[in-house]
Design a protein around this ligand. Structure first.
Ligand code: IMP
Ligand code: MG
Length: 176
């Protein structure tokens, strides 16, 4: 088996600056709101959510949801829920925190699902998006970076469960 070595696409300092910028925008937009519920999408968003939530100054709470795209169904984009929120979000301000938007099917499913629970407001913050892969358009109120169509790892993102805890976002290219 050949060694897989990620190359840096977005370094640690660039991520930290962007997370701070996003947090400042969210602070401004939700100023005066009694509580913002941050919904982290497991597993990939756990590091982004940890950093983003600690940069915020508005009253906030953290909850998690786990989704999975059915194996071998990337063309249909069928999504299933593995773990639901603990909290009832009816009447609450909700911000979904996603690591990556690829085709958009996962986020489209999630936003539709959460909207039926009648939150006071519902928006999404994604760290990265592969714009050229979009199949379903999902409005992102906050976006960190648009990236090319490459497989990225680190900062929560994995390649077959590897590399999630890298401090930067890297690209994996299996060496010949
Ligand atoms: P979707 O195609 O937008 O539904 O994205 C489905 C899921 O695929 C994302 O939430 C990620 O978990 C995963 N994914 C897509 N592209 C990448 C990548 O480049 N690295 C790691 N995970 C990815
Ligand atoms: Mg994800």
């Amino acid at each position: 088996m050949s060694e897989v070595r990620p190359t840096v696409l977005i370094d640690e300092a660039t991520i930290a600056a962007k997370v701070a910028e996003l947090a400042a925008q969210i602070d401004r937009d939700y100023a005066g709101v009694d509580e913002l519920i941050l919904v982290g999408v497991l597993k990939g968003a756990f590091i982004f959510l940890a950093d983003l939530s600690r940069k915020l100054t508005i009253p906030r709470a953290v909850d998690f949801i786990a989704l999975s795209t059915y194996a071998n169904s990337t063309t249909t984009g069928a999504v299933r829920m593995i773990m639901d929120l603990r909290r009832n979000i009816e009447g609450k301000h909700v911000l979904v925190v996603e690591d990556i938007v690829d085709t958009g099917h996962t986020l489209a499913y999630l936003m539709k699902n959460l909207a039926t629970r009648q939150p006071a407001s519902l928006a999404c913050c994604a760290l990265v998006r592969k714009a050229e892969r979009t199949e379903v358009e999902v409005p992102l109120r906050y976006l960190g970076f648009d990236i090319p169509n490459v497989w990225v790892v680190g900062y929560g993102l994995d390649w077959a469960e590897r590399f999630r805890t890298l401090p930067y976002i890297g690209v994996v290219t299996p060496e010949a």
